[in-house]
Ligand binder design. Structure first.
Ligand SMILES: Nc1nc2c(ncn2[C@@H]2O[C@H](COP(=O)(O)OP(=O)(O)OP(=O)(O)O)[C@@H](O)[C@H]2O)c(=O)[nH]1
Ligand SMILES: [Mg+2]
Length: 489
């Protein structure tokens, strides 16, 4: 019988890991193309072979020293082909022993001249070293860091987001996570759960003896109740971090011909959406991403909204899509023209904090009629929140609109909340919700009869938290996370 079929799933996984960990992996860690420097990384137990067999003193007339490299100190070396000894480049070489390397294995970095030909030649030369050398899979360096316990799953996700961050708000959020802000918080929660578990286990083990004081069960329940309330509140508040990570969806809505596409084009600073004098020009959703003062906005231009017998099929589909965009938007810009009184479905109520009303075409009316038109609209649509009056044609009011939008992003999605976010992606929310469900089940069954069941619920709750950081078996999520990395990271 083959060995693999004798082993359980978990043992097979460990065996696979052990095999792949034996390989020494290499990859270019910098983007392909011309640059001043290209970095090739080598990680694994044979990484030092690169120093001995592929580098030598740049003073070629001297015999190559057999001394090992000084850890964490850059040395200028000639990089050569290990078989032919032909020079390939001159590079700075860095060596990190496994005690300090992020991968938990010996790591060598070659800082080469950033040309495609040099990188290609060096990667080819590396493949000649031994059978244990092989190109790295995407995210494999980071996977080794995780497997050696140097990073937890939330830090891995933070690092991936940091590499992908495009705006200032995304960078700040990802950096905090990559450097352990989430990990610390979840460890604290796990500790609190373990404390409650210890109390319950003590009651189960020694409950019938005299040693356990009265009120221990109440103490455990109080601890769990307070933890559940805190987690529930933080789960609700953490929504803004998830939105920043994915992009803040801003839908531009309003009646036909109001100037929605004109405003959309001004915000994205290009003719992304078609503008004509004919009502009903925009039929579908036009979507563009932009970095708005550090906030990642996903801006949506939509079809004009109207009701009536004469709305034909194509227009109706556009309206349905616009309403869907409105319901999934994090922020709505409701555009109403000042030059003509327009009746639209009552979806624009700026009494909610996620809607901003923009009165457009102010250049077409004098200031008195603009004021009375604004007052009319406010009464008609119960607009009690903030509004702006603009003309995209003359530029009037656009600075105020931009400032207002920026303040709105800052107050709703800025990272100035007193606490660090607990949830930055759907995976965290999913496990946190599981944890809360287990805590609720604990509270329901935590009495003298149900205490064993209650203890089990607490264990599940701790496991749910452990799945977020990767402290318990989380194999099913590992592949998904690491495969979204680039090669060389
Ligand atoms: N005078 C003036 N005209 C404007 C202003 N904004 C838009 N317009 C004009 O209004 C007309 C309609 O503009 P659009 O941006 O296409 O309006 P829309 O709301 O996208 O219209 P639909 O796509 O049909 O729903 C165009 O002729 C624009 O040039 C403005 O501030 N002042
Ligand atoms: Mg339009």
């Amino acid at each position: 019988m083959r060995l693999a079929s004798c082993l359980g799933k978990r043992q097979q996984h460990t065996l696979r890991l052990a095999h792949s960990q034996r390989d020494t992996i290499y990859a270019s860690s910098t983007a392909p193309g011309k640059a001043a420097i290209a970095i090739v990384r080598i990680s694994g137990s044979d990484a030092l072979q690169v120093w001995h067999q592929m580098t030598r003193s740049p003073k070629a007339h001297r015999a190559p020293p057999v001394r090992p490299p000084v850890p964490r100190r850059a040395s200028l070396r000639q990089v050569v082909d290990p078989v032919t000894q032909d020079p390939l480049d001159e590079a700075l070489v860095l060596y990190f022993p496994r005690s300090v390397a992020l991968t938990g294995q010996d790591l060598v970095e070659l800082h080469l001249h950033g040309s495609r030909a040099v990188t290609r030649a060096v990667l080819e030369a590396l493949s000649k070293l031994s059978d244990h050398f092989r190109p790295a899979e995407p995210g494999e360096f980071t996977q080794r860091a995780y497997e050696s316990g140097k990073m937890d799953l939330t830090a891995v996700e933070g690092l991936r987001d940091l590499i992908e961050s495009e705006t200032e708000a995304q960078r700040q959020l990802a950096l905090a996570q990559a450097t352990g802000s989430l990990h610390k918080q979840y460890e604290l929660i796990r500790q609190q759960l373990i404390e409650a578990m210890a109390l319950i286990e003590a009651i189960i083990d020694f409950g019938e003896d005299e040693n356990i004081e009265d009120g221990v069960i109440d103490l455990a329940r109080a601890k769990v109740a307070s933890l559940r309330e805190t987690l529930q509140a933080r789960l609700t508040r953490s929504r803004s971090s998830e939105i920043v990570r994915q992009g803040i969806r801003v839908a531009i809505l309003g009646p036909p011909n109001a100037g929605k596409s004109t405003l959309f084009n001004w915000l994205v600073q290009r003719e992304a959406s078609i503008v004509t004098a004919h009502p009903g020009t925009t039929r579908d959703i036009i979507q563009t991403s932009l970095d708005f003062h550090g906030y990642p906005l996903v801006l949506l231009d939509t079809a004009g909204l109207r009701q009536g017998q004469d709305v034909h099929e194509v227009e109706q589909i556009g309206i349905t899509r616009a309403l869907e965009a409105a319901s999934s938007a994090d922020l709505k810009l409701c555009v109403l023209p000042l030059d003509q009184p327009t009746a639209i479905p009552r979806l624009v109520s700026s009494s909610t904090e996620d809607a901003l009303v923009v009165f457009t075409k102010s250049d077409l009316v004098d200031s008195t009629s603009a004021a009375s038109q604004v007052a009319r609209y406010c009464a008609l649509y119960d607009i009690r929140g903030s509004h702006c009056v603009v003309s995209v044609k003359t530029g009037d009011g656009l600075f105020d609109l931009s400032q207002f939008l920026q303040r709105c992003c800052e107050s709703r999605f800025g990272q100035h909340q007193p606490e660090a976010p607990l949830v930055t992606q759907a995976r965290h929310r999913h496990h946190l919700e599981d944890c809360l469900a287990c805590l609720a089940a604990f509270e329901a069954s935590c009495n003298e009869e149900g205490i064993v069941l209650a203890a089990e619920e607490l264990r599940y709750a701790a496991q749910a938290i452990g799945r977020i950081t990767g402290r318990v078996e989380a194999e099913e999520v590992l592949g998904q996370i690491f495969s979204s990395f680039c090669i060389g990271k």
